[in-house]
Design a protein around this ligand. Structure first.
Ligand code: C2E
Ligand code: MG
Ligand code: MG
Ligand code: MG
Length: 280
């Protein structure tokens, strides 16, 4: 079986290496170069308050502007970046870029937006993460309350007290914490009270099945109600239709994100659509 020589050395020993593994190797080599060559770019997807229809936040989503392959989505490179440790420098670039963009929009007169950044478990656990977070906020001048880190459930459960402390430290800074893809992980609900979680993001798989599956609609309603009772912000991911929008609004879901409102846009397109000149 394929063996890795170590977290920071992404070489496979497999002699009969399959095409997929070869592709991965080229991707790993390319990732390092891509960071140096500044080929990564962030796109931004709006988060909308359902009751008012107002723009309240944005999620930063990384893309790789590959010189040969074009614009690559994260499913083509994030897993590889995690396997070889490149996710740490990549994640740091993403955090810095997202904070700078949030500040740029503030200066351009956009309404205050909560900037959400996806954070890989490896990145979160990497040495110096908290210091880097502090430094990034200080250097960009972004208010901690304007930043939200999106984490996954599995990550919360696989760590012990060290991540417990880290989450408390981050919350103490004033940075918000969200559980991404809520409902899909292996977890115990006890973490909702144990950790300082601000936001639950209902996974899009539940949202997309709501109209065809009564069970999924029930799960969505239950998560919204539980979130409200625990004083969490609840946002639905992957809202694509008017019907989904109306159901979520009727159930009292706080926010929505999805193609119904907008796809993820590059910074220039986002500014054109939501900047002061757009009258938004
Ligand atoms: P996620 O954080 O759950 O992000 C939501 C994904 O759903 C995004 O895909 C978004 O473009 C897509 N999406 C949004 N609205 C809709 C919709 O209405 N319908 C459908 N079908 N999809 C919708 P994307 O950008 O390809 O990202 C996929 C995943 O990659 C993200 O899932 C996140 O887990 C990861 N990711 C993205 N950016 C980063 C990053 O900077 N760092 C890390 N570590 N992971 C990232
Ligand atoms: Mg996310
Ligand atoms: Mg998600
Ligand atoms: Mg998802």
């Amino acid at each position: 079986h394929a063996k890795q020589t170590g977290r920071n050395n992404c070489t496979f020993y497999e002699p009969a290496m399959n095409a997929r593994a070869k592709l991965r190797l080229s991707t790993e080599a390319g990732l390092r170069l891509a960071l140096v060559r500044k080929e990564f770019v962030l796109h931004y997807q709006p988060k909308i308050a359902l009751a008012s229809g107002k723009l309240v936040g944005v999620e930063a989503l990384v893309r790789w502007q590959h010189p040969q392959l074009g614009l690559l989505l994260p499913n083509h490179f994030v897993a590889v970046a995690e396997e070889c440790g490149m996710i740490v420098p990549l994640g740091r670039w993403v955090l810095r870029q997202a904070c700078e963009q949030a500040q740029a929009w503030r200066r351009q007169g956009l309404p205050p937006l909560l900037m959400a950044v996806n954070t890989s478990p490896l990145e979160f656990r990497s040495a110096g993460f908290l210091a880097y977070l502090r430094q990034t906020l200080a250097e960009t001048g972004l208010w901690p309350a304007c930043l939200e880190l999106e984490l996954t459930e599995n990550m919360l459960m696989h760590d012990g007290t060290s991540s417990d402390n880290l989450l408390q430290e981050i919350a103490r800074l004033g940075v918000k914490l969200a559980i991404d893809d809520f409902g899909t992980g292996y977890s115990s609900l006890s973490y909702l009270t144990r950790f300082p979680i601000h936001t639950l993001k209902i996974d899009q798989s539940f949202v997309s099945q709501m109209s065809s599956s009564a069970d999924d609609a029930t799960i969505v309603s239950a998560v919204i109600n539980m979130g409200k009772s625990l004083h969490k912000q609840v946002i639905a991911e992957g809202v694509e239709t008017q019907q989904q929008h109306d159901f979520l609004t009727a159930q009292g879901c706080d926010e929505g994100q999805g193609h119904f409102f907008s796809r993820a846009l590059d910074a220039a397109a986002f500014t054109r659509l939501f900047g002061p000149a757009a009258g938004a």
